[in-house]
Design a protein. Structure first.
Length: 170
């Protein structure tokens, strides 16, 4: 049976429209977290007990304000360095990064409402970060980590709560 040219064109146009719409639908559902992100603005806060790190240096360790400011600035600079570089998040739930001048890779996952990002590093194990904002061009993450370190050389580790807020752009 021979099809009429108008009927053939109609079928072709319908198929083309279906393919176009289905491909657009997939694009609109693509995950905005996929891509290469560059670290930008990063803020930190560190507390030891109920004191800021700076207050701890002055009140507990007996440093002058100038010395405490210097140590706090060094602490902040060290953390900022750790959050420079980029991370590439891939659609197969793996990632590679070069943050702080050190290359790393591993796996990632987002919870169902995209509010928690879990990064499982091949060298450092898992980290959980709160997703404060996620758009096609901006990723803002927040986390609080607990660090044990003997700050005052008394043989006992102090518990330092470090809060980090970092914004990435692509």
């Amino acid at each position: 049976m021979k099809m009429k040219p108008l009927f053939q064109k109609s079928i072709f146009l319908v198929l083309l429209a279906v393919l176009t719409l289905s491909s657009c639908k997939k694009d609109s559902k693509s995950d905005p977290i996929i891509g290469t992100w560059t670290a930008g603005t990063t803020t930190f806060a560190a507390t030891v007990g109920d004191k800021t790190l700076n207050q701890y240096f002055v009140d507990i360790m007996g440093l002058t304000q100038e010395q405490a400011d210097s140590y706090t600035a060094l602490f902040d600079q060290t953390l900022k360095q750790a959050f420079t570089g980029n991370i590439t998040i891939k659609s197969n739930n793996t990632y590679t990064d070069n943050l702080g001048g050190t290359a790393d890779s591993g796996t990632w996952s987002l919870n169902s409402d995209q509010s928690v990002l879990t990064i499982t590093s091949s060298t450092n194990g898992p980290s959980t970060l709160d997703v404060v904002e996620l758009t096609s061009s901006k990723l803002r993450l927040h986390t609080t980590e607990i660090v044990q370190q003997d700050l005052n050389s008394d043989g006992t580790d102090e518990t330092i709560n470090v809060t980090v807020d970092v914004t990435f752009t692509k």
